[in-house]
Structures are given as structure tokens and as C-alpha cells.
Design a protein around this ligand. Structure first.
Ligand code: SAM
Length: 238
């Protein structure tokens, strides 16, 4: 993590992510959360005030110490106990089947290896648990998609590794989840940055099929991803 990412970007992210028009997505993402919750890329803790009474405990993981220090202040004011974990979603320091719900809001775009993170999420999620998410990603409009591919190499340097061109539903399925709910729409703002994937997913208990082919931004990355997922596909009773 360089100086920009450690010191400059975190307060900018905190400010930008407080946008009022994002609140309806946050509310929808946390609405189904219950029991023990893990928030992936918890950032500055903006979801804490939105959790309902059915949430007992929240773990929040993030690799940014500065964002976690802001989250710590918000956690102190929150109703439920919160434990903040410094680290990456690709190596979650929790046991298998540890949480009832995983919440992820605008994080999968920034994780360098999103499939590794999703597989970790699957590991720590209980058998009947839910992954509830809102993410921005690849638009279905070819004109917008072209711009997303063009802008991403520059954008990700400025925006903490954020990719504009990930097809979130395919990545989630590919990592061994069934989507139980998915809604897509443009939020207000530039189309390249505002195509939202909102939904819930549960663990797929059957073998992951390589035929569930992703429409991914990077064919090379996706062929490796399919091979990796196929190799490590969970047993049918997992
Ligand atoms: C756009 S911010 C969203 C923050 C927060 N989820 C929210 O809704 O306000 C993206 C977050 O992803 C986090 N992030 C980046 N790489 C990550 C990784 N490998 N594992 C977990 N979180 C990561 C960043 O530190 C940042 O907090």
C-alpha cells in the first residue's frame, strides 16, 4: 500500500461513500442480515447504523488501517458489538461456517483476486447462510461496456484498485453460489460507474460447473478462474 492509498484515499472514500443516493442500496443489502455477520471491505463502517435487531454481532474486515480507524469510531456508537479485522477478504481469519450472513457493499470491484475472496466467503458462511451484496460492475450496453474496459486501467490506479468492468453475478455464481435474488439498474451518475448489481446468494451445495461460463472482462483471467474453481470445486455434500 503506497502513501496515496494509505493516507489520501481513505478520507476521500469515506466522503464519497456517504452519498445519500447510495443509502437505499445499503439498506437493501443489510435488510436480510441476521445473526453473526461478516462485512467484507467494511471501509469506514457506513453500514453499522443500518443493521436491524436480528443482527447479534458484526465482524468487519478491511486492508486499510486508516479506514478501520474511522470504522472504529462508528462501531463505538453502534447498537451491536463489532470486531474489526485488518486483512484481506482473500484470507479471512475466521473458522469455516462461522457466520450467518456476509454483507458486501461496493467491495468486490477493488479486490485483486475476486474469486479467491468469494471462495473464502463461501468457506466462512454457514451452510444455510446468505451473501447479501450491492456492487457496481459491467454494463449490458456494448457502448458503455467498451468505455468501462477503456477507463478501468487508469481508474483503478486512482480509485484503490476499483475495476469498472467486472460482471458480478457471473463471478458470484462461478465461486459456488446460487443467486436467490438479483436486481440490476443504473444508479444516478456516469453510466460507466453506476451499473448496480444488488442481490443475495446462498451456497451452492452441488459441484460447480465449468459450463457456468462467465462473460468476463478478461478472457485470460476467466479461463484461469474457471480452471481454478473446477479444480477446487467442493464435494457435493459440502
Ligand atoms: C469503495 S470502498 C467501499 C467501502 C464500504 N464497503 C462501503 O460500502 O462504504 C471499497 C472497500 O474495499 C476495501 N478492499 C480493497 N481490497 C480489499 C480486500 N482485498 N479485502 C477486503 N476489502 C478490500 C477497501 O479498503 C475499501 O474499504
Amino acid at each position: 500500500m503506497d502513501f496515496y492509498e494509505r493516507w489520501i484515499l481513505p478520507p476521500i472514500l469515506d466522503l464519497v461513500m456517504r452519498r445519500k443516493d447510495l443509502t437505499k442500496y445499503r439498506r437493501a443489502a443489510v435488510a436480510a442480515a441476521r445473526g453473526r455477520v461478516l462485512e467484507i471491505g467494511v471501509g469506514s463502517g457506513l453500514n453499522f447504523p443500518l443493521y436491524g435487531k436480528q443482527v447479534e454481532f458484526v465482524y468487519g474486515i478491511d486492508p486499510s488501517p486508516r479506514l478501520l480507524s474511522i470504522a472504529r469510531r462508528r462501531a463505538a456508537a453502534s447498537r451491536m458489538p463489532v470486531e474489526l479485522l485488518l486483512g484481506s477478504a482473500t484470507a479471512i481469519p475466521l473458522a469455516d461456517n462461522a457466520v450467518d450472513t456476509v454483507v458486501m457493499t461496493w467491495t468486490l470491484c477493488s479486490i485483486p483476486d475476486p474469486l479467491a475472496a468469494l471462495r473464502e466467503i463461501r468457506r466462512v458462511l454457514k451452510r444455510n447462510g446468505n451473501l447479501c451484496f450491492v456492487e457496481h460492475g459491467l454494463s449490458p450496453e456494448p457502448g458503455v461496456e467498451r468505455w468501462q474496459h477503456r477507463i478501468t486501467p487508469v481508474w483503478r490506479r486512482m480509485a484503490g484498485g476499483c475495476h469498472l468492468d467486472r460482471k458480478m453475478d457471473d463471478l458470484i455464481r462461478l465461486a459456488g453460489f446460487n443467486l436467490t435474488d438479483l436486481q440490476v439498474e443504473y444508479a444516478p451518475g456516469p453510466r460507466a460507474m453506476s451499473y448496480m448489481y444488488q442481490g443475495c446468494a446462498c451456497r451452492n451445495h452441488s459441484q460447480i460447473s465449468p459450463e457456468a461460463s462467465p462473460r468476463c472482462s478478461d478472457d485470460f483471467f476467466c479461463s484461469i478462474a474457471i480452471a481454478a474453481v473446477t479444480e477446487t470445486a467442493p464435494a457435493a455434500n459440502n
